[in-house]
Design a protein around this ligand. Structure first.
Ligand code: FAD
Length: 429
């Protein structure tokens, strides 16, 4: 039987990278391995590496600093080791460029390369019996290789949310934001010239960034934002609301009833969802105003719109939209549709997954609460429904149990890494 690891991580994005650092720095003495679908050096959120775009988190809320500000793997030390610290501090910007943060993540990941199997997409997880360790996980990759482990940490990030009616369309002219740049590259390689009509679906930060980017890349194109909300809203950046990204809020949220959680979600939503930063909103507004001055209104925002049907044809994607206040319907056509529609959370709802898809093979061993949510302990370990199920942790997937600080962001990444590494160390004793 092959070697059985103490810890096996699925995915090596920022969440499991932060965990790997914590396990190393806290000298957990655990033998760890991570399986990552992408090739080495694949940029963080590379499908949206838009020129000039910045990050959405305070840069000190990086992979390590809240847990260990003396870590070598902080963003500040990265800049120092690159000889760019002073230049960076002198930048007239509030937040670092996404490009630079992606390079930081890649630099840190490079120091942990020996723990990672890149180009390895996990397709199956099951429980197997090991002569020495009893029940363990067997994890299988798409190429048929498998690994054994006493504990598993799922850090696969959230799955893209593709709403109806676009979920029924398999067409290269329709893409989720995570595939934006690869889709543009593929369209360039096929005949037909640049897109003339573009639809951006959603009212998020990404929707605004995409609209600006598309209007720069394709100055002749008409770009229309189709949003469910009345118009484009600025993020709630009140320092009081931002305390939702403190560990104290995570504990408070975790203990709240489902009804309490719903109320807290409603309050915290505009800090992260269906809203955008003031800088990009202002840039878009001024650009639209300037287009009006020039008599060329190429960008428009169509709010309160629900797309009801969509069909792919030789002349593009045709869709119908209903104005939710007046009930009026309209028909539209686009050469390219970009879905800035966010991600799927864990839960029983329409835009949720009951469990991470990679765990389908062990889902019947997972406990769910009375509302249909996965039962996850405060330290991110899933509770089993079958005795003898080996420990299984979720890293970065627990917004529905732990609140907005767990919304796949950097905010509490390093603190969560400590919580999970403490849990793993306890189990290894
Ligand atoms: C465009 C964009 C910009 C963002 N900007 C910010 C920001 O500025 N600040 C912020 O805090 N958050 C930002 N986010 C949120 C972002 O999700 C987090 O910052 C961070 O990437 C979450 O890390 P993660 O490791 O949980 O997930 P991910 O970054 O999604 O990493 C998951 C990893 O798992 C791998 N994987 C998935 N399935 C498998 C499988 N079956 N087998 C093997 N490997 C697998 C993936 O290849 C991926 O590398 C942004 C998100 C997007 C989409």
């Amino acid at each position: 039987m092959s070697h059985c690891h103490d810890v096996l991580g699925i995915g090596f994005g920022p969440a499991n990278l932060a965990l790997a650092i914590a396990l190393r720095e806290e000298d957990a003495g655990l033998d760890m391995r991570f399986l990552e679908a992408s090739a080495p050096g694949t940029p963080w959120q590379g499908g949206m590496m838009l020129p000039g775009s910045d990050i959405q988190n305070h840069p000190v809320r990086d992979l390590v600093s809240l847990r260990n500000p003396r870590s070598r793997y902080s963003f500040i030390n990265y800049l120092f080791e690159q000889g760019r610290l002073l230049d960076h501090l002198n930048l007239p910007v509030e937040f670092p460029l996404r490009k630079e943060y992606a390079q930081y993540i890649d630099w840190v990941a490079g120091h942990f390369a020996r723990y990672v199997e890149h180009g390895t997409t996990v397709v199956g997880v099951e429980v197997a019996e090991h002569p020495e360790h009893g029940s363990v996980y067997r994890v299988t990759a798409a190429d048929g290789r498998d690994w054994l482990a006493r504990t598993l940490v799922v850090g696969t990030g959230r799955a893209p949310y593709v709403p109806a009616p676009f979920d029924a369309l398999d067409d290269p002219r329709v893409c989720h934001l995570t595939r934006y740049l690869p889709t543009l590259r593929a369209l360039r390689e096929t005949a037909g010239g640049p897109p003339r009509e573009i639809a951006v679906i959603g009212g998020s930060q990404s929707a605004v960034e995409l609209t600006l980017d598309l209007s720069h890349r394709f100055p002749e194109a008409r770009v229309t934002v189709w949003a469910r909300s009345h118009s484009l809203r600025e993020k709630d950046t009140s320092p009081f609301s931002e305390e939702g990204y403190f560990p104290g809020f995570t504990d408070y949220y975790y203990r709240a009833s489902r009804e309490g959680k719903r109320a807290l979600d409603a309050y915290m939503r505009p800090t992260n969802y269906s809203s955008a930063d003031g800088d990009v909103l202002r840039e878009l507004y001024v650009r639209m105003y300037e287009q009006r001055l020039d008599g060329e209104e190429r960008i428009s925002v169509r709010g309160s719109r629900r797309i009801t049907t969509a069909e792919a044809g030789p002349d593009g994607i045709r869709f119908d939209a209903v104005e939710s206040v007046t009930g009026a319907t309209e028909q539209a056509r686009a050469d390219l549709v970009v879905l800035a529609t966010g991600f799927r959370d864990l839960g029983p709802g329409e835009r949720q997954d009951r469990f991470p898809q990679v765990l389908a093979g062990v889902a019947d061993r997972l406990a769910f609460d009375a509302d249909g949510y996965l039962d996850v302990s405060a330290d991110y370990e899933t509770r089993p429904s079958v005795a003898g199920t080996p420990p299984l942790f979720l890293n970065g997937l627990c917004e529905s149990s732990h609140g907005i600080g767990d919304a796949g962001s950097f905010s509490l990444l390093s603190i969560r890494a400590k919580t999970i590494s403490d849990g793993l160390r306890k189990l290894s004793r």
